[in-house]
Ligand binder design. Structure first.
Ligand code: CTP
Ligand code: CA
Length: 227
């Protein structure tokens, strides 16, 4: 219950955040996934709500509670995540932190695949929709500020710059997921903010602190111009 009008750097804005991995079914009991914990995305949703935004969090399967004061929509697959994001539009800001599975199984079984006398099943993969690129390149209803993440294990800045151009978003938050201690699943993150304005490297911080700083930064972002 909100008795007072929200205040804070994102007051009155609608923010859509994606978080976590996606699960891509192989058959009704098996899936393809990745090591994303959802910690960074969930921390961003929480920080955005604390900054006064109305927040819709579209989350893949994670082992985290739904953040307080946030509308959380749980999905499984990349295609479901895209549909939920489209449902949640319009928004002022999109922050797509999910580790979306790049591929899904094209020939997913309707029934559990059985061991068949030593004959191995063949999984044909097909590419998932790119949620960030799809939304960033919409002609109508594109959130004026679109933020993507880049999980890299090498050439972090270089690849992030390429992703910024390829996806058509306004900002890429790049992180080296090969970093010591393991970013995926860990509590700390070292990020580089890559935009048209240049590159800004932050010190290694708790994911909650990365989230707070990012939200603060987005609150003063000059939409349509330089940072
Ligand atoms: N992303 C997305 N939908 C996908 C794949 C990625 O929305 N199907 C988003 C992620 O949420 C992230 C950004 O795109 O914000 C970059 O994701 P990443 O996996 O680093 O990049 P890819 O374009 O998938 O390239 P690659 O994995 O080959 O590095
Ligand atoms: Ca990917």
């Amino acid at each position: 219950e909100r008795l007072l009008a929200p205040s804070g750097p994102l007051a009155g804005r609608h923010v859509i955040v994606t978080s976590g991995p996606t699960h891509e079914p192989i058959d009704p009991v098996r899936y393809i996934a990745n090591r994303s914990s959802g910690k960074q995305g969930h921390a961003i949703a929480k920080a955005a709500a604390e900054a006064g935004a109305r927040v819709t969090l579209v989350s893949g399967p994670v082992d985290l509670p739904d953040p307080a004061g946030v509308t959380t929509i749980r999905v499984e697959s990349a295609r479901d995540m895209l549909a939920a994001v489209e449902q949640a539009l319009p928004a002022d800001i999109g922050i797509f932190a999910a580790a979306v599975a790049d591929w899904r199984v094209a020939n997913a079984g309707e029934q559990k695949i059985k061991k068949d006398g030593g004959r191995l099943p063949e999984l044909a993969l097909t590419e998932n929709p790119d949620i960030l690129a799809t939304i960033s390149r919409r002609n109508e209803g594109r959130p004026p500020l679109m933020v993507g993440f880049a999980a890299e294990t090498e050439h972090v800045i270089e690849y992030a710059k390429r992703k910024l151009a390829k996806k058509g978003c306004d900002l890429i938050v790049a992180n080296d997921v090969s970093a010591e201690g393991g970013v995926m699943g860990g509590d700390r993150n070292t990020v580089h903010l890559v935009s048209q304005a240049g590159v800004e490297t932050w010190p290694t911080l708790d994911k909650a602190e990365v989230a707070r700083r990012l939200v603060e930064r987005l609150g003063t972002w000059n939409v349509g111009g330089k940072a």
